[in-house]
Design a protein around this ligand. Structure first.
Ligand code: TXA
Ligand code: MG
Length: 318
């Protein structure tokens, strides 16, 4: 069934078939995952990869995450290790991405990995993307479905807003439950988090039974996508704000400004997972309402709060 936006489709068998046909032919499609919506294409072909970089206006030095149905399907492309096995068992499918050594025999197009000899792989949980991955015999290169530096989309309409009719299929998958991008962890040496997410450092350390390295020294060199200015809602953002300036949209957590105009609540109960899931939705909402600036309250730097602080810090870089 077609939605009123003619390229957003409710998920059913017929559209699944068409999606698979398009992916086989080298087209790219908008797909929901549990974190954010992605722009997916056949990772073994050059045309869809080039298309993804061009549509997003993404620097070709920034590699894409490759998405698989399960561990078995990823084995032909990467060398796995004991850390991967532990984390896979505990968290997959789920919102975590692993950087691993690329196998020489891997057919992933080099452009997708920006020429790196590593590959970032992920096993998304959302049932729509899993239905697609199950039916194809190639993995999907899939960055978030937004123009480079913009906020990632968490609804099908956000994807439409980014690319309009430039992609022929956007699959409806509802609002993304996690709402921010996956945790990226480099497992090629001693494990290190390259991008924080809702699967946090403590959980990884507990599962791996070791201390993770501090990510800061690695950032730009190891994960080119972790640019300072990123995840921008397109208007100035100020973080760690104590007082509303009277005109900006003010984002906060807790109950203190309940029902006040111009105030946007991430989570009444200080639930940081809920806060993460609301962040990008609220950024887009504020922009649509025509505010010229955003102020953000202090967000606790624990659990998913670390990932939230990472994203809002980058959003605030101008
Ligand atoms: O939740 C997610 O991960 C979403 C959904 C769609 O799966 N995808 C996503 O992709 O956020 P993207 O392209 O927006 O972010 C990919 C991140 C970038 O920071 C990139 O630099 C990093 O992963 N990355 C990809 N390949 C890498 C590699 N070989 N080594 C280090 N970092 C890599
Ligand atoms: Mg992205």
């Amino acid at each position: 069934m077609k939605n009123s936006y003619s390229n957003i489709f409710t998920f059913n068998k017929k559209i699944l078939k068409k999606t698979i046909k398009n992916l086989n032919n080298g087209s790219i499609v908008g797909l929901p995952t549990e974190t954010v919506y992605g722009l997916g294409g056949n990772a073994y072909q050059k045309k869809p990869i080039l298309n993804i970089f061009n549509l997003k206006n993404r620097p070709k030095t920034n590699p894409l995450i490759i998405h698989y149905y399960n561990q078995t399907s990823a084995l032909k492309d990467v060398e796995i290790n004991k850390h991967f096995k532990k984390l896979y068992r505990k968290f997959c499918p789920g919102p975590i991405t692993f950087v691993l050594k690329r196998k020489i025999s891997s057919k992933i197009h080099p452009l997708a990995c920006a020429g790196f000899n590593t590959v970032a792989i992920r096993f998304p949980k959302h049932k729509v993307i899993r239905s697609v991955l199950k039916k194809i015999d190639f993995p999907l290169a899939m960055p978030s479905a937004n123009k480079s530096t913009n906020v990632s989309p968490v609804n099908s309409l956000d994807v439409f807003e980014e690319f309009k009719k430039k992609i022929s299929i956007i699959l409806e998958g509802g609002k993304c439950k996690v709402g921010i991008e996956s945790t990226v962890v480099d497992l090629t040496n001693h494990p290190v988090i390259l991008r924080p997410g809702v699967i946090n450092k403590n959980e990884l350390e507990k599962t791996l039974k070791l201390k993770l390295k501090n990510m800061k020294i690695y950032q730009n060199k190891k994960s080119p996508g972790m640019m300072r200015k990123h995840y921008s809602p397109g208007i100035p953002v100020k973080i760690n704000q104590k007082k509303h300036d009277g005109t900006s949209a003010y984002i906060y957590i807790g109950k203190k400004y309940k029902h006040k105009r111009d105030f946007f609540n991430l989570s009444e109960n200080f639930n940081l997972n809920e806060a993460a899931s609301n962040l990008y939705r609220i950024f887009r909402l504020i922009k649509k309402k025509g505010f010229k600036k955003i102020q953000i309250d202090k967000i606790p730097k624990v659990g998913s709060g670390i990932a939230i602080n990472d994203r809002i810090k980058r959003a605030s870089e101008s």
